[in-house]
Design a protein around this ligand. Sequence first.
Ligand SMILES: [Zn+2]
Length: 300
Amino acid sequence: MSKTKLGIIGGSGLYEIEGLKNIQEVRVKTPFGNPSAPYISGKIGDVEVCFLPRHGAGHVFSPTEINYQANIYGFKKLGVNTLISFSAVGSMKKNIKPGDFVIVDQFIDRTRYRKSTFFEGGCVAHVSLADPVCPSLKKVLSQSISTSGISLHDRGTYICIEGPQFSTRAESHLYQSWGVDVIGMTNLPEARLAREAELCYGSVAQVTDYDCWNEEHDAVDAGTVLKVIKQNVHYAKQAIQKIVLDPRLRGDDKGKIGDDFSKKCTCRKALQFAIVSNRVSLSKETQKKLDLFLKKNKKG
Ligand SMILES: [Zn+2]
């Protein structure tokens, strides 16, 4: 059992977390460029935590501009193996109200300009994405957040749009007819890359608005969204304490996160049979770029 760390990615409004002790700012260099910001590493209780605001300090990167490859690579390089994403979303269903939290378990991709794989430049890998979030982590998130008094939906399909504009009314009605639960702009590239990086990934979506399909409510605008975000962030910070200190996440062995549930999911073995390219023919450059992933998965 190796000592591991929990990663937390904060979305709109969540630029820091509370209760973090022994704080260190860690700048990580990656072969995919710079992460959105330095990682904030420290401890909550006796659990090691690394935090990254996905939009950067001062919210400077749009969903399209975020370097998802560098962000996820950075977590991997820091030894994180369990990654929880927090993000603001719109609701696509009446019963999912602003202020509610949704534990996302499926995605539909409507992005166009995202780099969503590490495997390029002569090395091809096909990981399974049938269940894009870690089933064990999802369970822990649902159970720990449900004890914090937040109105919670323990499953949901997230449609990931390119943005940065919100949807047109026609798009919003179309997505609704597909049966999706929430709409956002950032989570799917993260889920794809986290799977390739063999991290257990979980997503907590915080509802800010009804997008624009719900005629009973005003169409979404950034001003209204920001007000709800403020309130959601307050609850997210509380939820993080519950999640991090949940004994089911930590396992029996104090400070060793996920040793228990990692045995019950396959996220950390996602690359085992996924790499189809012949390693011998890989260029030195690609080999170096992907070393973090290839050295553990030597066969293929
Ligand atoms: Zn997992």
